[in-house]
Design a protein around this ligand. Sequence first.
Ligand code: SAM
Ligand code: SF4
Ligand code: SF4
Length: 340
Amino acid sequence: MEYFAYQFHITDHCDQRCEHCYIFSEDHQKCLDEMIIENIEKVIANCVAMCKQLNRRPYFYITGGDPLLHPDFWQLAASLKNRNIPFGILGNPFHLNDQICQRLAEHGCRKYQLSIDGLRETHDAIRKPGSFDTTIEKIDCIRKAGIDCAVMTTVSGTNKHEIEAIVDLVVANQVDIFAFARYCPTGFEKENHIDPLEYKALLSRLWKKFEDYQDAEITFNLKDHLWNLFLYEKGLFEIPEGLDAQVMVDGCNCGNCHMTILPTGDVYACRRMESQIGNALSDSMHDLFVGKGMDAYRQYDQFEKCAKCELLRFCRGCPAVAYGYTKNMYAADPQCWKEV
Ligand SMILES: C[S@@+](CC[C@H](N)C(=O)[O-])C[C@H]1O[C@@H](n2cnc3c(N)ncnc32)[C@H](O)[C@@H]1O
Ligand code: SF4
Ligand code: SF4
């Protein structure tokens, strides 16, 4: 049975105020929302009911802010355990220790994702002083508990020259999974553009690095959908024959197998862009998913550039990055270098 992924932001509380963060970008003094445990239980039940109707298995990415700062975090973890629902955490390093990691593992946490946004100086400038060293220190703590440690890098004009060094760093620290995604411009540093050919060159250098590390026990998750373009041009990906022309085989999960829930209950098609479709405390998640609101995010023939591209069903770039630049998710991906 296929998984359906819910990114569940249970709290805005966080020890950092990263300059690029979509939560605080418009307002660093933002009122911090947090969902009370009774509502968290309601949301989980709503998602479970949806998956039952669609014959999917729920998977939760519990996140924030820092989900460990939620006062009833362990009640939520126990609830997922009782329901036999696997989950991962996208969180911060500051409140982890051996005991907490062990407890997370016992509750069914499979993966803990930390962020590394540069080498020490750059990372700490984006996040906060000391953040880099604490993050590196906690990798081992997570892995010792038997939880996969993932590292995510948000690539922007600020750190684009350090991504290869981050790959060396995560390999040296025995991280299990490494991925990166591009910064989606919000209120902050909209001018921080990466040129399409520059981005292609970056992917090319990273591919070489991944090859150099093919014997290392790390999974390089090719999360950015422009990897599909890169592999296609390299002859490492071929368009399969005989596929249903309407089916989106790969690429952006928006409108397809992913939804995000905020601490207010607001449901977004994707957290990285303004895309609210309803509220998980008042609407049925199933109805939201199959409804008109979500349909607005799967008008594949509306993609201004991708609709003319043979990779439409496998890529579609990152609509949230396009939205960040233009306020139109169907605009061309600003880093796509393909001529169509
Ligand atoms: C909101 S954070 C929550 C987990 C944790 N606090 C962290 O920073 O890793 C989840 C991920 O979203 C990324 N993120 C935040 N704002 C973003 C933006 N405007 N564009 C792209 N990614 C962003 C963060 O860098 C992080 O990797
Ligand atoms: S640590 Fe995560 S949630 Fe907190 S401000 Fe940074 S990106 Fe946002
Ligand atoms: S045009 Fe769209 S589908 Fe084609 S390679 Fe570019 S982003 Fe991907």
